[in-house]
Design a protein around this ligand. Structure first.
Ligand SMILES: Cc1cn([C@H]2C[C@H](O)[C@@H](COP(=O)(O)OP(=O)(O)OP(=O)(O)O)O2)c(=O)[nH]c1=O
Length: 201
């Protein structure tokens, strides 16, 4: 991976409309200079595997961004994979119910691909986390669906909300599940020359 010399004047552009990603960046003490969510086609291709899918979408999001000189952009994509099955953000409550029922009592993977772009150079990495979900009772499922917390979340749940009660075990990156694996993101930003540790202009 090419590592560029740190440029304290570099401005970070968040190429994502996810409020979670903004909050996770704030955990690193980073406030983007602007938020510009890219508009791309996120359809899954026939036979496409989950890991290939998230990497392609993160790369497409980065490709849709046109950073000005002095800007570095950060894009990401998160998806839930149950075997080969890709679970994106559910379209409605029925789809969220189907996703949660399929994951109930089983392990799935959450994959987040992160892409950092400066000029026409891209630094990209994916992070996979295995997540165990307890067997959900009818009452748990119904109450969770009624909370609407599943809206806008890959796989139809959010570990950082009430569904945290459904997740007894993970192996991987908690921040990756929430949408932005911080250790790897910090590495990519640093490689692109963005100063994370105190020497920003
Ligand atoms: C599994 C899981 C997903 N999520 C969220 C993270 C992501 O915001 C979302 C997956 O959708 P994404 O398509 O990755 O991102 P987005 O639509 O929110 O934003 P953009 O496309 O503009 O970058 O699911 C959680 O917040 N908690 C979880 O436990």
């Amino acid at each position: 991976m090419t590592t560029l010399t740190p440029d304290p004047a570099l401005r970070l552009i968040l190429g994502s409309g996810s409020p979670r990603r903004l909050e996770l960046l704030a955990q690193l003490g980073v406030v983007p200079a602007a938020v510009r969510p890219p508009d791309i086609n996120e359809d899954v291709r026939k036979g496409e595997l989950p890991r290939d899918y998230v990497n392609r979408i993160a790369a497409d999001k980065a490709a849709a961004m046109d950073p000005a000189p002095g800007e570095v952009v950060l894009c990401a994509d998160t998806t839930v994979a149950l075997g080969r099955r890709i679970m994106r953000k559910p379209a409605d409550r029925a789809e969220a119910a189907a996703f949660l029922s399929a994951m109930s009592g089983r392990r799935h993977k959450v994959i987040t691909a992160v892409a950092v772009k400066r000029g026409d150079k891209v630094w990209q990495k994916d992070v996979q986390t295995t997540v165990a979900m307890k067997r959900l009772s009818e009452a748990e499922l119904t109450t969770y669906l009624a909370s609407d917390d599943w809206r806008g979340k890959a796989g139809g749940y959010a570990i950082q909300g009430p569904a945290g009660a459904f997740i007894p075990w993970i192996n991987g990156s908690y921040t990756g599940i929430v949408g932005l694996p911080l250790a790897e993101t910090a590495g990519l930003l640093t490689a692109a020359g963005f100063s994370l540790w105190g020497d920003r202009a």
